[in-house]
Design a protein around this ligand. Structure first.
Ligand SMILES: NC(=O)c1ccc[n+]([C@@H]2O[C@H](COP(=O)([O-])OP(=O)(O)OC[C@H]3O[C@@H](n4cnc5c(N)ncnc54)[C@H](OP(=O)(O)O)[C@@H]3O)[C@@H](O)[C@H]2O)c1
Length: 248
């Protein structure tokens, strides 16, 4: 799958992995449209500011892409948020709804709304960015992990549906490792965003169904041998310990 000359939509392109993906794809000769909630500028990228968690926003974005970028033949659904919450304390209805809308509902709706256009422009691709935490969850990011596991499941089913329908749209998933961005805060041992983006693009070019980034390849192996061990490794410290204010 060649990136040069392709028109690609990347959600969450204002910083982190999405910004790196956009910059590298521009350098490869792609036309890149990037989205984020807040207005932003990036060299060579056409920016669109909108909150994908708002009802109807994914459909509006797909309509806008069909109107303004009819040649679009690639989507990287990368935007996500991660909340760290002790669900045993208080009520969390709004946070839960926002996290699910951003991380799960929006990529599902956007990918399906764009499918007809991508199909006409095939060979095309949709890449859904999940996480090692889709394989085994981390305790204090329960909702995030559930959304990524859901997105992983969706990627597999949508791939089968496109295949069965003969639609020339390759559906892939990127199982992202821990990367140095604002989302991962200051956890140690983070992979550089530049390398994560380069690995993802290489996986797209090779038309991999699943693009395992860095240490997630080892996680995949551990999970095959012992899902219990994978769960123990990733679940992290107790929620109370993790979320306790400094000095407690
Ligand atoms: N970093 C890691 O360690 C790690 C590990 C595993 C998986 N991942 C996955 O990799 C992807 C990229 O993560 P990242 O670390 O690069 O995150 P990041 O640095 O926090 O960037 C997130 C991007 O998404 C945008 N965004 C967030 N909510 C949005 C919304 N409702 N509508 C539109 N745009 C929105 C943000 O811009 P605004 O804030 O302006 O909206 C920003 O551009 C995510 O899917 C994440 O789950 C990351």
């Amino acid at each position: 799958m060649q990136m040069q000359g392709r028109t690609i939509l990347i959600t969450g392109a204002s910083r982190g992995i999405g910004a790196e993906l956009a910059a590298q794809l521009v350098r490869k000769g792609a036309t890149v449209i990037g989205t984020a909630r807040r207005p932003f500028e990036a060299e060579g990228v056409s920016p669109i500011a909108l909150d994908l968690a708002q009802p109807g926003a994914p459909r509006d974005l797909a309509d806008r892409i069909a109107r303004d970028y009819p040649a679009c033949s690639g989507l990287i659904a990368n935007a996500a948020i991660m909340m760290h919450t002790d669900l045993t304390q208080g009520t969390h209805d709004t946070e839960i709804a926002t996290e699910i809308a951003t991380n799960l509902t929006a990529p599902l709706q956007l990918a399906t709304a764009l499918l007809p256009q991508l199909g006409r422009n095939g060979p095309a691709f949709v890449n859904l960015v999940t996480s090692g935490l889709a394989i085994a969850p981390r305790a204090e990011a329960a909702v995030y992990c559930a959304t990524k596991a859901g997105l992983r499941s969706f990627a597999r089913s949508l791939r089968n549906q496109c295949h069965d329908a003969g639609l020339p749209v390759h559906i892939s998933e990127t199982i992202m490792t821990l990367v140095a961005t604002t989302l991962s805060r200051d956890l140690p041992g983070r992979y550089p965003a530049q390398r994560a983006a380069a690995d993802l693009i290489a996986g797209l070019e090779r038309e991999r169904d699943e693009i395992w980034i860095e240490r997630t390849r080892l996680l995949r192996l551990v999970n095959r041998l012992s899902p219990t061990l994978a769960f123990r490794i990733l679940r992290g410290p107790s929620v109370r310990a993790q979320l306790a204010p400094q000095g407690d």
